[in-house]
Design a protein around this ligand. Structure first.
Ligand code: ATR
Length: 275
């Protein structure tokens, strides 16, 4: 039996600083949807039970964050093709038959933030992605669906970049080590975890010029180390991942509620909040 109020949550660990409750509550207010959205910290090893209990209780949808996106992928009985390729699920919901569905909205969020919020074209662009972990794998299919001219994945551990490239046979995607990155790029996306350590991925200096747009999937109260470096190299534009966070949430909201909220004001509010 569903409870009196439609109920949603984000599950992860840690979860205390999650912005998802604020974002989804703002979306609900804006679209006149009556729902509750909470943040649930789940212990390692307790994820499957937490998900089962959540839906048994009649609650309707989950956002999944670190470190449970791969486990959510395993649990989902039906997955969208982009989630299939991502190997990770950040959105769960049940259909009328009680089947658990999984999607991954991270890539859609990145694409929407680039195109809609920042006017950065992807079609025909030469794109370099730094990193080959879960965060990068999660966004590849939606980026390729926008038909870039070329997508190069560069990673410290080359074999991991090669493995990602193999997921997309026949597509304009290739792998590189950091040292051997060559040519110029319209768009460089940092998807490494280096920013978390305040470090810069060791990329050769000449890859950024005055026509390059740089995007860090991370964000913070201060400019990220990567974006600062790109700006100092003369990049045309630098963007952090806050917009991606809001846009991927909007895609989740659309899946659950059938209406895609306006993101601009929510992003402005969050931006004011973190700085
Ligand atoms: P996530 O889910 O955030 O992607 P992950 O799967 O652990 O986390 O992947 C982290 C990514 O950041 C990897 O591409 C990693 O490079 P390796 O595959 O060589 O480990 C990259 N990374 C982490 N710290 C880095 C650093 N200091 N410099 C460059 N790359 C780094």
């Amino acid at each position: 039996m569903a409870g009196p109020v439609d109920s949603y949550a984000v599950m992860g660990n840690p979860i205390a600083h999650s912005k998802s409750p604020v974002i989804h509550t703002l979306f609900a207010d804006q679209t006149g949807q009556n729902l509750r959205y909470t943040a649930n910290r789940v212990e390692t090893g307790g994820f499957q039970k937490a998900v089962e209990d959540f839906f048994k209780n009649g609650d309707l949808g989950l956002s999944i964050t670190v470190p449970f996106k791969e486990e959510a992928w395993q649990l989902a009985e039906k997955r969208t093709s982009r989630a299939e390729k991502a190997g990770a699920v950040n959105t769960l919901w049940q259909d009328e038959q009680g089947q658990l569905h999984g999607d991954n909205t991270d890539g859609l969020g990145l694409v929407a933030d680039l195109k809609e919020n920042n006017g950065v074209p992807i079609k025909g662009a030469r794109i370099l992605i730094l990193g080959a972990g879960g965060a990068v794998r999660g966004v590849l299919e939606p980026i390729l669906a926008e038909q870039p001219a070329e997508l190069v994945i560069a990673n410290r551990t080359l074999s991991k970049a090669e493995t990602l490239v193999e997921l997309f046979p026949g597509m304009p995607i290739s792998s590189s080590s950091f040292e051997t990155i060559e040519g110029r790029f319209d768009l460089i996306i940092n998807g490494t975890a280096a920013s978390l350590q305040g470090a810069l991925p060791p990329v050769p200096e000449p890859i950024v010029d005055q026509n390059t747009c740089c995007y860090d999937m991370m964000y913070g109260s201060e400019e990220t180390v990567f974006n600062r470096w790109c700006r100092e190299q003369g990049a045309a534009k630098t963007i952090d991942g806050l917009g991606m966070l809001v846009e991927q949430a909007a895609e989740q909201f659309a899946i659950w509620r059938g209406v895609r909220p306006e993101t601009g004001k929510v992003l402005d509010l969050l931006r004011r909040d973190i700085t």
